[in-house]
Design a protein around this ligand. Structure first.
Ligand SMILES: NC(=O)c1ccc[n+]([C@@H]2O[C@H](COP(=O)([O-])OP(=O)(O)OC[C@H]3O[C@@H](n4cnc5c(N)ncnc54)[C@H](O)[C@@H]3O)[C@@H](O)[C@H]2O)c1
Length: 349
């Protein structure tokens, strides 16, 4: 793969693809968007008209194009393994939307193959680039709250329309559906990044809305880390308040509250009389997650930018794909716990 200017193809042109395409547009001096691909022909043609690139309807055609050196896979989860392997076997660089894949075995296989292929590979886990979490990681590293002893995350969205659509991939486990898989990929990556590995967990899930599908719409996963801290992660896909995320960290000398719907987004509290807390500067308030300026949108732009600039500069991106694979290991344990009703040990497995 010669040339210094990467040629990108986006494969899978759903909602999040627009954010990726916007990032490539902003990086127009550095990369070319060569192809945009979707099995939905009308969608590919419309996307190409808006963002450029040749409208393509088949991944094989994308891979065969020598001008395409980077492939950005944004496909339903059950297609991640086969598509990733095809890209890696062709020696193309790969950016793959989270979750790595639907199972830990598949995730491991992708990470291994990427190492063998020696290409530039990143799992697009936007959590690593959300301004609030970047700030929290710095605060924790600087000792702002001492050692973390308890963490709580909450992720909420409203997927009722999707989840009521017969045949849509998110409504079936066999196609990669599942709230814990879809959203747990973010939270368990975050816990791994901030707190290390998990010792054991117990998970609960339910279907509050009885929509016509087999997927849980509400879940809670809790347990302990190998360092001895407690964690609890809540998830819902049927929220009647906006898509957003919260994080609470309790440490031995203080605590941090993050709420993407609050201004300021990040506050540090030191002691039980610290009613005001310290508002942490530098984290923009962007509650409209899916539009420019929104916390989620901007994290995806930063993620794609890191992938491209790390490729061009010859350095590793900030994300270690094995940490994203680890999140899938935790997710599998959570589903095993839901099925058995028992706690599942992860550490030492
Ligand atoms: N980082 C995030 O917060 C975030 C947000 C949304 C989606 N995602 C991830 O992006 C991926 C896609 O999710 P989505 O919400 O965009 O799904 P989507 O259903 O909106 O879009 C998927 C697109 O892929 C196309 N497609 C299906 N099979 C194809 C194939 N064989 N070749 C080419 N195109 C094909 C579909 O026609 C559709 O346009 C998932 O892995 C999801 O987890 C991540």
């Amino acid at each position: 793969m010669g040339g210094t200017r990467p040629g990108v193809a986006i494969v899978g042109l759903g909602l999040i693809a627009r954010t990726h395409a916007t990032a490539y547009r902003q990086l127009a001096g550095v990369v070319d968007l060569v192809r945009v691909c979707d099995v939905d022909r009308a969608r590919a043609i419309e996307f190409a008209a808006e963002f450029g690139g040749i409208a393509t309807f088949d991944l094989a055609e994308v891979i065969a194009d020598p001008d395409v050196t980077v492939i950005d896979l944004i496909l339903p989860h059950h297609l991640h393994l086969e598509a990733s392997m095809a890209v890696l076997d062709a020696g193309k660089h790969l950016i793959l939307e989270k979750p790595v894949a639907g199972t830990y075995a598949e995730s491991e296989a992708i990470c291994r193959r990427a190492e063998e292929a020696g290409v530039h590979f990143m799992v697009a886990e936007n959590t690593r680039y959300a301004a609030a979490y970047v700030t929290v990681e710095r605060l924790v590293r600087e000792g702002a709250i001492g050692d973390i002893v308890h963490a709580r995350t909450f992720l909420r969205s409203n997927e009722k329309a999707h989840l009521s659509q017969p045949g849509y991939w998110r409504t079936q486990y066999a196609m990669g559906g599942g709230l814990i898989l879809d959203t747990g990929a973010h939270s368990f990556y975050l816990l791994k990044w901030l707190m290390g590995e998990i010792r054991e967990l117990t998970a609960y899930s339910t279907k509050v809305f009885g929509l016509p599908n087999e997927i849980e719409d509400t879940a809670e996963v809790r347990g302990t880390t190998t360092a001895g801290a407690l964690f609890s992660c809540g998830f819902t896909s049927v929220s009647e308040i906006p898509h957003s995320e919260r994080l609470e960290l309790y440490g031995t000398s203080g605590g941090i509250l993050v709420d993407q719907m609050a201004d300021p987004v990040v506050k540090v509290f030191r002691g039980d009389h610290d009613f005001a807390g310290e508002a942490i500067a530098g984290v923009p308030f962007g509650p409209d997650a899916w539009h420019p300026g929104g916390w989620h949108w901007e994290s995806v732009i930063a993620e794609v930018t890191d992938f491209v600039t790390s490729l061009v500069d010859g350095r590793k991106p900030l994300i270690d794909p094995w940490d994203c694979a680890y999140a899938i290991k935790v997710i599998e344990a959570a589903y095993r716990s839901v099925a058995s009703g028992a706690s599942v040990r992860i550490a030492g497995e």
